[in-house]
Write a protein that binds this ligand. Structure first.
Ligand SMILES: C[S@@+](CC[C@H](N)C(=O)[O-])C[C@H]1O[C@@H](n2cnc3c(N)ncnc32)[C@H](O)[C@@H]1O
Length: 257
């Protein structure tokens, strides 16, 4: 309870209900769909399909609810929610920041494959482990220890994404500060944006402000790790753009009108 009280007020309820949401996600998923103006029955049908999907078995061992070594991965329930939303929205272009092992990327790419349409651009700042510290691989970059999600030794970032989903994947390595504006600039519009990289107020606001103008009408801006370190970037950003945000567990969403 103390952990929840330390969070910004706008995300406390979603965090307090997270254990319930994880055990019985469907009512939460249906309500979120309605709030986002999406067909709830269709989203729920896709959600159920996502729980049975072939790729779910690849990422099952990396659910932070089951495996403490998987902290930082998005989790199977939120990953399946992303899958269902992408199925319902049928986006052409998805951009995500923050790949680590590649759990969220797997769910997004699975939905693209099942839609038969779309592509995913993922951006991640790679690092290696030097003793107990994260050490950046790319010259001129830095990574904060509180923000790392180590991948197993000898594995590349994104290693968990199965080969059969990779055809629609454009994985780019580097700092989102540089690569996100670059990727956005290459596309006329983006349909779905997911932030899961550096969870600081400054960086999250930077990403939201960069992505929003490129988001098409009806598109979705999503952010993981809401309320981390007591910051409330999505809530602040929602006020900035005059749109409501909706949170379920640690994931929050704003739909562009
Ligand atoms: C929470 S993990 C991502 C988890 C992933 N979405 C999943 O579901 O498995 C955060 C990732 O963001 C990366 N990262 C941290 N700072 C970054 C930055 N400035 N630009 C791009 N990626 C960054 C980290 O290296 C790490 O791999």
């Amino acid at each position: 309870m103390r952990r929840v009280r330390a969070l910004p007020p706008g995300v406390r309820l979603a965090h307090a209900l997270e254990p319930l949401y994880t055990r019985a996600p469907q009512p939460f998923v249906g309500l979120l769909a309605l709030r986002l103006g999406l067909p709830a029955r269709e989203v729920l049908r896709y959600f159920r399909a996502g729980t049975r999907a072939d790729f779910a078995k690849h990422v099952g061992g990396l659910d932070p609810m089951q495996n403490p070594d998987a902290s930082g991965c998005i989790g199977i329930v939120p990953g399946t929610l992303l899958y269902a939303l992408v199925r319902a929205l049928r986006p052409s272009v998805i951009i995500e920041t923050g790949v680590a092992n590649g759990v969220s990327s797997t769910f997004l790419l699975g939905a693209i494959r099942d839609n038969g349409h779309g592509k995913l651009v993922s951006i991640d700042l790679p690092f290696t482990i030097d003793g107990d510290e994260p050490a950046p691989i790319m010259p001129g970059t830095a990574i904060e220890k509180e923000q790392w999600s180590p991948v197993p030794r000898g594995r590349d970032h994104g290693w968990i994404v199965p080969e059969y989903l990779r055809a629609s994947w454009d994985l780019r390595m580097g700092d989102a500060r540089e690569l996100l504006p670059e990727a956005l600039g290459e596309h006329e519009a983006v349909d779905f944006f997911l932030h899961d990289s550096l969870h600081t107020l400054d960086h999250m606001l930077f990403e939201f402000r960069a992505a929003w103008p490129k988001l098409r009408s009806g598109g979705l801006l999503a952010s993981d790790d809401l309320g981390r370190a007591g910051v409330d970037p999505l809530q602040r950003f929602s006020r900035e753009v005059g749109q409501r945000f909706y949170a379920v567990g640690g994931l929050g969403f704003i739909r562009k009108p």
